[in-house]
Write a protein that binds this ligand. Structure first.
Ligand code: ADP
Ligand code: ASP
Ligand code: MG
Length: 405
């Protein structure tokens, strides 16, 4: 007998037939004698609609009320799944985040889980009851509903799997696992049998939304065995594992793209010690994450252009902070949100040279200009014009020998 946490994403619970399909999958696990907790997302499209309503009613809304509204979709699917299970003769009940409770900090819309109450859930699972839990939700110290950031049901599931010492955490979605790149834009993308936590963490944070980044970090820190698989087929999915479980390491395992990037250039900044510190301290104080950075001096060395990227959502705020700053002098501020960050990822890069050269040559052959570059031990990212996203991803996929049939 195993203790299993299952999570079903929005497309897997998009209508009543699909919810019945989910119930049937859950029943298979209980029939096999396993203890089961199930997390559900909202029906596909629901959370987007809720976010839209909040933004329409007031762009400057109260973040606490945002969470009250956008967490609502998961309440509906958790109740419906519990009913579908009961209808199949499987004892089940639903819980909302606050009823467990999933205690979080007060960072509304991106809250972090601090503690999970597990006693009742464990007792109920041991009694043979399927615990259906609304994903994405928590409750803060001041008794307000919080949400964990878009895609946060993955994190709810992994966090519970860690807290109740589950044998497996199965993340069911609309593709058959983690692929070498987004299968929706590269039909030749191949499903990976295994991927390391580290690579998955990079892939997720660089744009592959198949798992929320935080869920991967949590799985890595707690050694949770995560499997990504389809709720529509019976094929084995992708296991996220430690590096030593992978025998044949690929130089490049995957390619990711992130469209929500924006480039900012401060032109003609006075070139003196402390200037980069001033700029990035201001942005950090404004809670803005800066990603890629380049700096170019003018010929006489007296001025410099400072280029960096932020997420598209932070662009307006970053512009305002810099324009209002009286300790940073520059001649103009240019922005470009029509950009995409393309990244190649692989633990094999540590021991192989030439990965960057292949990337730059492949893009050059397609006439694609690179605007900014950044690297780490296991990834190389470039910023290019957004219109070349698919062309670049496909060309790189071929260049690194990742194409399947
Ligand atoms: P869910 O609603 O089940 O949480 P998501 O939409 O959040 O599903 O994540 C699944 C989607 O992630 C897929 O439909 C796919 O388009 C996208 N995706 C992006 N990169 C990858 C990748 N490397 N492997 C698999 N899916 C990917
Ligand atoms: N429903 C939420 C979202 O769309 C959480 C999730 O699906 O994981 O972001
Ligand atoms: Mg998701």
């Amino acid at each position: 007998m195993s203790r299993i946490v299952m999570k079903f994403g929005g497309t897997s619970v998009a209508d009543l037939d699909r919810i019945r399909n989910v119930a049937a999958r859950v029943k298979k696990e209980t029939d096999a004698g396993n203890q089961v907790a199930v997390f559900v997302s909202a029906m596909a499209g629901t959370t987007d609609q809720l976010v839209k309503w909040v933004e329409e009613i007031s762009p400057m809304h109260d973040a606490r009320e945002y969470d009250t509204v956008v967490s609502a979709g998961e309440q509906i699917t958790s109740g419906l799944l519990a009913i579908a299970l009961q209808d199949m003769g499987v004892p089940a009940r639903s819980w909302l985040g606050w009823q467990i409770p999933f205690k979080t900090n007060q960072l509304h819309s991106a809250a972090r889980i601090e503690e999970i109450g597990t006693d009742e859930l464990i007792r109920r699972m041991e009694d043979g009851i399927v615990c259906v839990v609304a994903g994405f939700q928590g409750i803060s110290d001041d008794n307000r509903i919080t949400t964990l950031g878009r895609g946060g049901s993955d994190t709810s599931a992994v966090a519970l799997a860690a807290a109740v010492n589950a044998d497996r955490c199965d993340i069911y979605t609309d593709v058959e696992g983690v692929y070498t790149t987004d299968p929706r834009i590269v039909p030749q993308a191949q499903k990976l049998d295994k991927i390391t936590y580290e690579e998955m963490l990079e892939m997720a944070s660089l744009g592959a939304k198949v798992l929320q980044t935080r869920s991967v970090a949590m799985a890595m820190n707690h050694g949770v065995r995560v499997q990504v698989l389809s709720s529509f087929t019976d094929k084995p999915g992708t296991l996220v594992v430690d590096e030593d479980e992978i025998v044949e390491k690929q130089v490049v395992s995957g390619i990711a793209y992130a469209k929500n990037e924006a480039q900012v250039t401060l032109v003609g900044v006075i070139n003196k010690p402390g200037i980069a510190s001033d700029v990035f301290t201001l942005l950090a104080d404004g809670n803005i994450n800066v990603d890629m950075i380049i700096q170019n001096e003018t010929e006489d060395g007296r001025k410099t252009d400072l280029t960096f990227t932020v997420t598209e959502n932070d662009l307006e705020k970053a512009e305002k902070i810099l324009n209002d700053a009286d300790n940073v002098e520059f001649s103009s501020l240019m922005t470009d949100s029509n950009v995409v960050k393309i990244s190649v990822i692989g633990v094999g890069m540590r021991s192989h040279a030439g990965v960057a050269a292949t990337m730059f040559k492949t893009l050059a052959d397609k006439g694609i200009n690179i605007q900014v570059i950044s690297t780490s031990e296991i990834k190389i990212s470039v910023l290019i014009e957004a219109e070349y996203t698919e062309l670049a991803v496909r060309a790189l996929h071929t260049a690194y020998g990742l194409d399947g049939e």
